[in-house]
Design a protein around this ligand. Structure first.
Ligand SMILES: Cc1cc2nc3c(=O)[nH]c(=O)nc-3n(C[C@H](O)[C@H](O)[C@H](O)COP(=O)(O)OP(=O)(O)OC[C@H]3O[C@@H](n4cnc5c(N)ncnc54)[C@H](O)[C@@H]3O)c2cc1C
Length: 402
């Protein structure tokens, strides 16, 4: 892919030079000229009033009749036939998008024993479930997902396809989008419909999380996005009668390139942060790795998970998979207790869906208090032991169930 300037059409207006964020174009003798910094992003092409700039793509790109594409699809992911929480989260957003477009919301599942789960999707607002059933599909097979889903999408032409930004979603989504010759916006944190052109607006952090970019795919279909788990909250709605389209496939294991020999389950003493009901998180104010023990004690009595700010991760006080925020996990627990965390915007992004936020900070002016539902101004090393004592006392009197 590259940029070509048709010098004879260039009027030297400079609009391409002004819009280019990379310094990839300059004016020489009142004519646009490319520099070595050009990244062929194509911004100048749309900006040029005389159409003097062309984006040259390798090979021919087929023009897509976007009017033929209709409907919102969510690709369901499961682990040994247990549907993952992110699927219901995507259904929640998918329903909203489908309503704005006045189209059906469809969930696509590839599995072996999912029959009992299908009707329940009606309670989450799903219109149609496409269920591809085969004993082989009890577990995730990359090549089968890619093959089946590519064919289904080609045949049914949905305009939007959503998948979880999970290890599985991240594996099959780009491979499918390549086969369909369409774009894929990975790791979205927000989705909406453009009220004018009805395109999908896909928002995601970019440039290392420093800015949020909203991406449109106006010329190709379907519009594909992977979405981070924990962003949307599923809610049960008025029950709908789901239309179930079930297909049985008799895949022959010996025809597959890969074969699953053994599934080794990782011991999971600690839950995924995205699934936790209560999180106790620490920041720089905790003071040291050793001091994190006090947070673990609080987590223990609350049956909670321990997490941290990016600073706590950078200082090696806590593992990186426990980081909450823009470049960490987006969480939505019932209770989030922030200890010694100042409340930087990049941290807040990750916790704002929590039902209740409690902040413990010795600085009364810390920004975290602006979003906390309850604030305790004080030294966490004094506050947390008192909290633990009180929770234990209440528990021993059995005033609250464990
Ligand atoms: C591109 C980008 C992405 C980022 N992504 C993330 C992200 O995903 N997650 C994230 O968390 N950050 C992220 N950050 C970093 C973020 O900007 C902040 O620097 C970080 O969140 C601050 O961490 P903190 O609150 O632990 O530390 P600080 O801001 O230093 O705050 C420490 C707080 O502890 C309080 N304190 C100190 N001692 C005590 C005590 N004894 N008792 C009680 N309170 C005490 C202080 O009053 C202070 O408010 C990102 C930054 C950038 C630029």
């Amino acid at each position: 892919m590259g940029i070509k300037i048709q010098v004879e059409l260039c009027t030297g207006c400079g609009s391409c030079h002004s819009i280019c964020p990379y310094g990839g174009i300059k004016l020489v003798n009142d004519k646009a000229q490319l520099t070595s910094e050009c990244s062929a992003c194509g911004l100048c092409v749309e900006e040029c009033p005389t159409k003097a700039i062309l984006l040259i793509r390798e090979g021919s790109v087929k023009q897509v009749d976007i009017s033929k594409y209709k409907g919102v699809w969510v690709i369901g992911e499961h682990y040994s036939n247990n549907i993952e929480g992110v699927v219901y989260e995507l259904v929640e957003k998918g329903r909203e998008l489908a309503d704005k477009l006045n189209v059906d919301l469809t969930v696509v599942l590839l599995g072996s024993q999912l029959d009992d789960e299908l009707e329940e999707f009606g309670q989450y607002g799903v219109d149609v479930v496409i269920y591809i059933m085969s004993p082989v599909l009890e577990n995730y097979y990359s090549e089968l997902y890619v093959k089946i889903l590519t064919n289904l999408i080609k045949k049914n032409k949905p305009e939007i396809v959503l998948m979880g930004a999970t290890p599985i979603g991240r594996d099959f989504a780009p491979r499918i989008s390549k086969r369909l010759n369409t774009g894929l916006t990975a790791d979205c944190t927000g989705l909406d419909i453009d009220s004018e052109c009805k395109n999908l607006l896909q928002t995601r952090p970019t440039f290392g999380g420093n800015i949020m970019a909203t991406i449109k795919t106006p010329h190709s279909r379907p519009q594909m996005s992977t979405v981070r788990p924990g962003i949307f909250k599923p809610t049960k709605k008025m029950g709908r009668k789901v239309r179930i389209r079930k297909f049985y496939y008799n895949f022959n294991q010996k025809d597959l390139i890969t074969k699953i020999l053994k599934i080794i389950k990782k011991e999971r003493k600690i839950r995924n942060l995205s699934d936790a009901d209560i999180i106790v998180a620490g920041g720089r104010g905790v003071g040291s790795k050793e001091n994190f023990i006090i947070l673990e004690e609080l987590a223990e009595v609350l049956n909670a998970e321990v997490a941290g700010s990016r600073v706590a991760v950078e200082l090696n006080w806590i593992n990186s998979d426990r980081q909450v925020g823009q470049t960490g996990k987006i969480v939505s627990p019932k209770l989030y207790i922030a200890c010694g965390i100042s409340g930087a915007s990049q941290h807040i992004v990750g916790i704002q869906c929590s039902d209740i936020i409690v902040a413990i900070n010795k600085d009364p002016n810390a920004p975290i208090f602006e979003i906390a539902h309850y604030g305790i101004v004080g030294d966490l090393h004094r506050v947390i032991p008192e909290l633990i004592k009180e929770i234990k006392r209440i528990k021993s009197k059995e005033e609250i169930p464990n």
